[in-house]
Design a protein around this ligand. Structure first.
Ligand SMILES: [Zn+2]
Length: 337
């Protein structure tokens, strides 16, 4: 039996006399969905607008983000305080490094430019601009970099101090303390350290060393262990001169020699024969101009020299030094005393 019903979504087919399901075209269905979406969107926008602009309230998401932001800002501020402490400690270490450790071994001060400057490179922090980092974040990152570099410089400095401290036992034999010639040789202190009238032109000039007047050809010896840094000849200045680097900040200069008997880079002991006195260069008479330089500055050699040293002790030192270097000292040469 056919039941007549008027169910929605069904339609009577006059040919078959059967109710058949009405098929809505796909286009109509899509339009319907789109309409629904547009309507929902409009309602959402309206609600958000009403909530934020009219009522002046914040969306839960905004509240959450604001909270997170505050949290991160305070974390960064806390980090800055910790960096203050790190910096204080680091500067304390650097101060002790310069004032004590490097000082003990006569090492030069580290260039403050190097010690207290950050990393170079103009575009180093461009990426921070690109990611829209806050001023505080940029400041923090730059500071971490700055302290990282300072710590690196400090570590390198300690490596240098450590390397030189392993030779600390040698320090006593490196410091230039003995006379540059045998105490028994004929010599006279002809000019002292400091300001004096230039014997050549009469003008007041700083004399960076002391002069020992002595006969040409007097044997001269290194006043401490070291390495020959320079052997040069200058017609107008120091004449034939030898400069020895003793390490620990000390260097000595022996000028106006007749001959130098050492070569650059040669290792010498205290008492090694290095040359013979003369009157080469700007010199009024035969003499040795002797300088002690500490960290590149001339200091008064008189304060270092041991004038009390016995001749026998000096000669023992010379023969030991020559044994160490395999060179026969002039006193042992045939024909000498
Ligand atoms: Zn001089």
């Amino acid at each position: 039996m056919v039941t007549f019903s008027n169910r929605k979504g069904y339609k009577l087919n006059p040919n078959t006399l059967l109710y058949e399901k009405v098929r809505t075209p796909l286009r109509h269905r899509l339009i319907g969905v789109l309409r629904f979406l547009l309507f929902s969107f409009a309602v959402t926008v309206l609600v958000v607008w009403f909530y934020t602009s009219v009522l002046g309230l914040e969306l839960p998401k905004t509240i959450l983000l604001r909270k997170k932001n505050t949290e991160w800002t305070s974390k960064l501020e806390l980090m800055h305080k910790r960096l203050d402490a790190v910096q204080n400690t680091l500067w304390g270490v650097a101060g002790r490094d310069e004032g004590i450790y490097r000082n003990i071994y006569g090492m030069n001060q580290i260039d403050p430019e190097r010690r207290y400057s950050g990393f170079g490179g103009v575009n180093r922090y461009d990426y921070l601009e690109d990611m829209g980092a806050s001023t505080l974040l940029k400041k923090t990152i730059k500071r971490v970099d700055f302290l990282t570099k300072a710590a690196y410089v400090q570590a390198v400095s300690f490596d240098d101090v450590f390397a030189i401290s392993r030779r600390a036992g040698d320090m006593a034999s490196c410091i230039p303390v003995v006379l540059p010639m045998n105490p028994s040789s004929k010599y006279r202190l002809s000019s002292s350290f400091g300001y004096r009238r230039d014997p050549m032109n009469g003008r007041t000039k700083f004399h960076a060393g002391i002069d020992f007047a002595m006969d040409i050809g007097t044997p001269l010896y290194s006043t401490g262990d070291g390495i020959v840094e320079k052997v040069t000849f200058d017609l107008r200045g120091y004449g034939v001169q030898v400069i020895i680097d003793h390490g620990f900040g000390y260097r000595t200069r022996y000028a106006h020699l007749k001959t130098a008997l050492v070569t650059e880079k040669m290792r010498v002991k205290r008492g090694t024969l290095i040359g013979e006195s003369g009157k080469t260069g700007k010199s009024t008479g035969p003499h040795l101009h002797y300088e002690v330089l500490y960290r590149g500055h001339a200091v008064n050699p008189y304060n270092y020299l041991d004038f009390e040293m016995e001749t026998s002790e000096y000669e023992t030192m010379v023969s030991q030094a020559s044994e160490a270097s395999g060179v026969i000292p002039p006193s042992k040469l045939p024909g000498k005393k």
